[in-house]
Structures are given as C-alpha cells and as structure tokens.
Design a binder for this molecule. Structure first.
Ligand SMILES: C[S@@+](CC[C@H](N)C(=O)[O-])C[C@H]1O[C@@H](n2cnc3c(N)ncnc32)[C@H](O)[C@@H]1O
Length: 330
C-alpha cells in the first residue's frame, strides 16, 4: 500500500478489512469515505463491484494506485463529497453502503456526532439507494452512547479494543456483539436477562476477557455460557479497570485474552508477597494493578528482590489482597 502519513494512520488494519469484507459480502457495495482504499480493496475481493468515494483528491489517487498494486479492477473511484447529490446520482442501487468516517484529530471525548460524513446524513442521503448500512464508529463509545437502532459490534484486535462497527437494515443480527480478531470468535447478545454473582475471592482459575466483551457489556453472558459444565464460574471484579472470570475448572475460550491458574491469594504486604515468591521459585512479577507510574519500579523491585526462579507471576491487587496468578499453557 502506498500513502501519505495521514492516510496510512487511518487505514483499516488487514484482519479488520478482511473480516468486514466477509461480513458485508454482497453484489454491489459503496465505500463512501474510502481514504487510501484499505477497506475498499478487501471489499473488491469479496463483492462483484465496489464504488469508492473520497473527498480528498490525494487520498483517492493513492487508493486508485493501491488497487492497481493489489491487482483488483472491479472498483470505480469517484472523487468528491459523498453527501453531494451529484455524486450519489452516479451510483446504481446498492446492496450495502459502508462508511469509515473521519474523526476530529483531537477530541477530549469521542462522540458519535462529530463523524464526517455524519451517520444520519448518510442514511438520509442514500435512503433511495439502499436500506443496508454499515459504519465504523469510535470504539470508546459504550452501547448506550449510540442513539441508533443498529447492531453495535465491538472488535478486539491482537488483545486490544480496536473497532466498533454499526450495522443497519438486514445487516443487523442482534443489538450488541463482540468479535475477537484474528480468529473471528464472536458472541452475540441474547434477549434474556442474566444475573451472575460477583465472587469476593477467585477460584482455582481466572480468565481475563477480551476488552471488546466488557465494552459490549457481554461479560455476564460469556460467564453464563460456562455455568452448565462449571457451575462455580463467577465474575471477580478487581477494580474499576479490571475484571476476571473466576472458575474452579480449566476453561478454554477464544474470547479470553489471558487464562491463569491462581497460585495464591494472600494479604498484600510487599515483604510477605516477596517471601512467598522466593519460596516458590518465582523470578519475575508483572503487576496488574493501578499503581502511580513513579512508584511502579520501586514496588516491582521490592517484589522481585532476590528472586531467582523460573516462574512468572501476574499480580492482581483487590483491596488488601494479592492475587498471584500464572499464565495457563494449554
Ligand atoms: C478514516 S478515513 C477512511 C480510511 C479507509 N477506510 C481506509 O481503510 O483507508 C476517513 C476518510 O473519509 C474522508 N471523508 C470525510 N468526509 C467525507 C465526505 N463527505 N465524502 C467523502 N469522503 C469523506 C476523509 O477524507 C478520510 O480519507
């Protein structure tokens, strides 16, 4: 792919582009804010024909060249404002309209209103061309901040929350979903109320859900999924930022970012924790707690003082308890 700095910064990562092209596969699609073509080129590999519109003349030239480099010839590039009636008039009826809109480069808090082109304006302007729309929106926005009747699909990529996709019309399969890439592991919200108890102490195992699960509010549903086989599976809330699924069984799931065996729960006294780690052949400690950056190394050095073992501890701290975990290798 060729681009200027700005174009590449906002281009769609390959696994995301590939996933969306599979999900939106159809006969004729329009990508109405195509940038340098990061997504449009993947649509061209799955759809019969793609219309790619872009307001920035430099970017659409890059997109054209990128399509040539990749070797796809089923895209018509249309320079211009995708909200302009003249541009829209050039398009046939469309199976799907897609937009990954521009966001203000600096914004204190992401908002659904500041996207360009704006979602309501696109849906109004294209209403006579299609009823199926898909948009990318800022993933920082929780479901209640999205004021539309659509599917909100939160996406994690390589262990981090990466995208939020909104699907309208026939593309909507549920209210909320979460997907983990690579691997396409998906969970879709069911219309039943699920109540899962919070446990004060973890069981033998603890699992860290992918961020897209918590952002989508699907932690209860994911936990409930294991209840049949492992009734003692609960939610273990650690602090405002951290939550684990606790169980007395070893569970395997692609929607977990990390799986741990709980080695020890003890009072969080740094000297005592260090002494436990020393006696149990630990050599390293990864602190998984909110600690002011200026105190981090001081605490970590004290925890690791005179450790010489091979084991690596992941240390969570809930109130005054240290939860010492080790990554589970399946
Ligand atoms: C986030 S980028 C798209 C990146 C693209 N999906 C990719 O993978 O390369 C958003 C693009 O929307 C374009 N844009 C903003 N408003 C537009 C409008 N009204 N019409 C067409 N393009 C627009 C911007 O110039 C920018 O290139």
């Amino acid at each position: 792919m060729i681009s200027d700095k700005d174009g590449i910064r906002f281009a769609t990562p390959e696994p995301v582009a590939e996933y969306r092209a599979k999900r939106l596969q159809c006969r004729v699609i329009a990508d109405i804010s195509c940038g340098i073509g990061g997504q449009a080129i993947y649509f061209a590999q799955k759809c019969d024909f793609v219309y790619a519109i872009e307001i920035d003349p430099k970017k659409i030239e890059y997109a054209r060249k990128n399509a040539k480099i990749i070797g796809v010839d089923n895209i018509e590039f249309i320079p211009g404002d995708s909200l302009s009636p003249d541009v829209i008039a050039k398009l046939p009826n469309l199976d799907v309209v897609f937009s990954d809109p521009a966001r203000p480069p600096a914004e204190k808090e992401r908002s659904i209103e500041n996207l360009s082109p704006s979602i309501p304006e696109v849906m109004k302007a294209y209403a006579y061309k299609s009823s199926n729309f898909a948009f990318e929106a800022p993933p920082q926005l929780s479901p209640e901040k999205i004021p539309f009747d659509c599917e909100k699909e939160y996406m994690s990529l390589e262990g981090k929350l990466n995208r939020l996709n909104l699907y309208f019309g026939d593309l909507k399969k549920t209210d909320i979903s979460a997907v983990v890439l690579p691997g396409d592991a998906i969970i879709r919200k069911k219309n039943t109320t699920i109540n899962i108890e919070r446990t004060a102490k973890p069981g033998l195992y603890a699992y860290e859900p992918e961020e897209c699960i918590t952002k989508a509010g699907l932690l209860e549903q994911l936990t409930a999924y294991f209840k049949n086989d492992a009734p003692n599976t609960n939610i273990f809330e650690i602090d405002e930022k951290r939550v684990l699924i606790s169980s007395d069984k070893a569970l395997e799931c692609k929607l977990f970012k990390n799986s741990y065996k709980v080695a020890k729960v003890m009072e969080f006294d740094i000297e005592m924790v260090n002494s436990y780690l020393k006696q149990n052949s630990f050599g390293k400690v990864i602190i998984r707690a909110s600690i002011e950056p200026e105190r981090y190394w001081n605490i970590r050095n004290t925890l690791e003082k005179e450790l010489s073992g091979e084991r690596k501890a992941h240390l969570f701290v809930k109130e005054n308890n240290a939860i010492i975990c080790e990554v589970l290798d399946y």
